[in-house]
Design a protein. Structure first.
Length: 124
């Protein structure tokens, strides 16, 4: 599925693929991570890079209205003292573990670019 879609994006003139990282898909239970099948983030990013495109990785953790419960894992609402999208220690602790997991995966695979890019509109 991904190679064909990536190729169509490239043929359409895109040079960046933007993707959310769905917390509820990657951590369905506290501390239990899943990166298989359509959740294989490393494989997806490598395929995009092999096509000569960049990736804008949106770790979130909140992914707006496009996904049930904003992409938060349902188990979060059962964490004692949890309050979403606030300066709340249980939320920040859970979010930190997840975002650090993703960042370290990207670092381990050397998937960060050192290139500085600027964004221009189509009229530039």
């Amino acid at each position: 599925m991904w190679p064909g879609l990536i190729q169509k994006a490239k043929e359409g003139g895109l040079d960046v693929i933007e993707t959310y990282v769905f917390w509820n898909g990657h951590e369905p239970s506290p501390g239990q991570y899943y990166f298989g099948d359509r959740y294989d983030l490393v494989k997806f990013i490598k395929l995009v890079h092999q096509a000569g495109l960049y990736v804008n990785l949106r770790i979130g953790p909140y992914v707006c209205a496009e996904w049930n419960f904003g992409g938060f894992p349902v188990w979060l609402k059962f964490v004692p003292g949890m309050a979403f999208r606030t300066d709340n220690e249980p939320f920040k602790a859970a979010m930190k573990k997840f975002t650090e997991k993703i960042v370290w995966m990207m670092k381990a695979e050397k998937l960060f670019s050192n290139a500085r890019r600027t964004h221009h509109s189509c009229t530039d």
